[in-house]
Design a protein around this ligand. Structure first.
Ligand code: ACO
Length: 329
């Protein structure tokens, strides 16, 4: 007697991308009515001009559902064609049920596999790595991977070192079978010794004012890690896919800070022809949603086109990172 293992497709690909942004636009002038800062400081230090926040009636589930519906439609599929839903988020207010099951229900799916992934700003690239493996192993044919965040709800407006950073939105892709290689090896890992560097308050802690839980970050420490260790990992991710910088078309790093992106570019020595995502300028840092939202923006604007190769890398609380080189949908 022997067990029959699952068998999947030889290759997997990103079939489509869809995004949804909080509809409230908060520019730096408005932000500076909430914290002591200036438009000049925020733009110079991060590249952020404005950020998008969830407006009245919008939340993680509405944004996630809208992004997912768009991605499924663009893949030419129906919700019932999705076998598994992976939602990367650190902004779900409940431990259970998972946001994945809630969004699957909103989309009218009947019985997909559904789980949440907690890997902060690296969460989307973790999800892509997992979905790639699932499609090739045969445990799912079509996987919906979502990054969803509403970090404005976790922002402490008495902390001017983080309050201006975050944006709310959701980005989704559908990953399915492919005849040709379209997702390179996922490089992922962590530095567990730095797990306290970015954290959200323990939800069991009672606050007398009823505020929070809030996100906290040692910005300089994360900045150092991102511009040294992560920049090296970005290069290794490209190498693992067997590509040289000259063969790359698009670079989509996590939208944390334009200065981090600039530092990575210097390290990677990418040719000037490579299109670089700068979605942070109008979105802020939307954590797990930032890479798919930036991808959608580049494709919608025509700055990038379907079939081009893109290097993606996410990094954040944990500290964790994940990246892969992909063919754009
Ligand atoms: N406005 C004006 N001045 C400010 C502000 C502000 N909003 N915030 C801090 N400052 C001041 C500080 O007090 C400090 O003044 P000092 O020199 O007199 O002490 C000075 O500006 C510099 O402060 P730094 O903290 O060194 O500022 P830095 O250049 O590091 O920028 C930032 C801060 C933008 C947060 C940066 O550290 C960063 O981007 N870090 C990485 C963030 C990141 O990648 N996070 C990962 C993802 S998040 C997640 O996982 C959920």
């Amino acid at each position: 007697m022997s067990i029959t293992p699952s068998q999947g497709a030889k290759f997997a690909r990103i079939m489509s991308v869809g995004g949804s942004r909080g509809s409230r636009v908060v520019d730096n002038a408005e932000m500076c009515t909430m914290i002591e800062s200036s438009d000049e400081w925020i733009q110079q230090r991060t590249g952020i001009k404005e950020r998008r926040w969830a407006a009245e009636g919008e939340d993680a589930v509405t944004l996630g559902t809208a992004a997912a519906a768009k991605a499924i439609e663009r893949a030419g599929l129906k919700p019932e064609d999705i076998d598994a839903v992976l939602v990367s988020t650190v902004s779900h207010f409940q431990q259970t049920p998972s946001m994945a099951t809630i969004i699957a229900d909103k989309l009218g799916m009947s019985e997909p596999a559904a789980i949440d992934v907690s890997a902060a700003c690296a969460g989307f690239c973790y999800g892509v790595g997992m979905a790639d493996g699932m499609v090739r192993a045969g445990s799912a044919k079509h996987v919906l991977v979502l990054g969803v965040e509403v970090l404005s709800k976790y922002t402490d407006f008495t902390d001017r070192s983080t309050a201006f950073l975050f944006g709310d939105g959701a980005g989704a892709v559908v990953i399915g079978p492919s005849d040709t290689p379209a997702i390179g090896p996922t490089l992922w890992g962590s530095d567990p010794s730095q797990h306290q560097v970015i954290n959200i308050d323990d939800w069991r802690d009672e606050r007398p004012d009823g505020q929070g839980p809030f996100i906290h970050m040692e910005g300089r420490q994360v900045f150092r890690w991102a511009t040294t260790f992560i920049a090296g990992k970005a290069r290794e991710t490209l190498d693992a896919a067997g590509l040289t910088p000259e063969e790359l078309d698009v670079f989509i790093p996590h939208q944390a800070n334009n200065r981090i992106t600039d530092s990575m570019l210097r390290h990677l020595k990418l040719p000037a022809s490579v299109v670089v995502a700068r979605d942070i300028a109008c979105m802020g840092n939307s954590s797990a949603a930032s890479v798919p939202l930036a991808m959608e923006a580049l494709l919608d604007s025509g700055d990038a086109t379907s079939g081009q190769t893109a290097l993606m890398i996410g990094f954040g609380a944990g500290l964790v990172y994940a990246g892969q080189t992909v063919v754009l949908p």
